[in-house]
Design a protein around this ligand. Structure first.
Ligand code: ATP
Length: 276
């Protein structure tokens, strides 16, 4: 897993200002920042700080970005792992990695553990407490999931470790994961709305040399990009800058964006055709 030094996170990390749109989700995560920053105050009143938060939503819409921003704004270390890392593991290695991750997190508390694509290990188990036989994992995945549950159950809410996990497949998750004391809080991060897309464009347009007004550009291109995610928009802006640079232009203009948009949309169509 990757470790993020608290200082690095504070000085160079993703801030709330870098996460465009997502007003409701941001509002909800402010509360998490406050818990992490001010644990003593909550504990003094007997409040239990949530141990697990599930972030739900389609890929590329800012779940990881928001999780990183929480760590930066709360000035705590960010330890992350991807559920998919465990798919190829054998011989109990996955469970051992989970154990090590939590050990490190407790040592560095207050801190955040982020598990991307938790569905890769958190699928409904074939028998027992998960209920139902949808999907089911290999023995290794099941062991990894069990270890995660053991770690979360064994962790007191006063330890200052908050586990954030993301998924775009809540329907296939083992219900045991969402029991009280585990991932009992949910935050939904939907595909960006028109206003969100405008704000995302603004964030990325400010980073390039643009011919024209950022606000007007953002409004115009937000309207042309329904269905695009934050990741797609970041890609469009970057492609536009590359297009301009390739043409040896000193500044990025509207025609570069039109070309970039065409390229990104064509790329998406190709991907869809290959999958279908
Ligand atoms: P996945 O489930 O595939 O990991 P995700 O929801 O975690 O997706 P991110 O990794 O956070 O998505 O987003 C990918 C990239 O897209 C970010 O690094 C960022 O550049 C851009 N992005 C996505 N959403 C936003 C947003 N709301 N504001 C600014 N940038 C965004």
């Amino acid at each position: 897993f990757t470790l993020r030094d608290p200082l690095t996170a504070k000085d160079q990390g993703v801030k709330f200002a870098d996460v465009a749109g997502l007003q409701e989700a941001k509002q909800e995560v402010m509360e998490l920042v406050s818990y992490l920053r001010d644990q003593k105050r909550y504990r003094a009143l007997g409040a239990k700080i949530p141990k697990g938060v599930l972030m739900l939503g389609p890929p590329g819409c800012g779940k990881t970005l928001l999780a990183k921003a929480i760590a930066t704004e709360a000035s705590v270390p960010f330890l992350s792992m991807a559920g998919t890392e465990f798919v190829e593991m054998i011989g109990g290695l996955g469970a051992a990695r989970v154990r090590d991750l939590f050990k490190e997190a407790r040592r560095r508390a207050p801190c955040i553990i982020y598990i991307d694509e938790i569905d890769a290990i958190g699928r409904k188990r074939s028998g027992g407490s998960g209920g139902g036989a949808a999907g089911g994992g290999s023995g290794e995945e099941e062991q990894t999931l069990n270890q995660l549950l053991v770690e979360m159950d064994g962790m007191g809410s006063s330890e200052g470790v908050m586990v954030l996990a993301s998924t775009n497949r809540p329907d296939i998750l083992d219900r045991a994961l969402q029991r009280p004391g585990r991932f009992d809080r949910h935050i939904t991060i939907d595909s960006p709305t028109l206003q969100d897309r405008k704000e995302i464009f603004e964030v990325y347009l400010k980073k390039i040399k643009l011919k024209g007004d950022v606000g007007k550009f953002a409004g115009h291109f937000a309207k042309l990009t329904p269905g695009m995610t934050g990741a797609d928009i970041a890609n469009v802006v970057n492609e536009a800058a590359i297009h301009a640079a390739t043409a040896l232009k000193p500044i990025v203009d509207r025609t570069d964006f039109e070309a970039a948009l065409e390229r990104v949309v064509a790329g998406q169509e190709k991907k869809t055709n290959m999958l279908s």
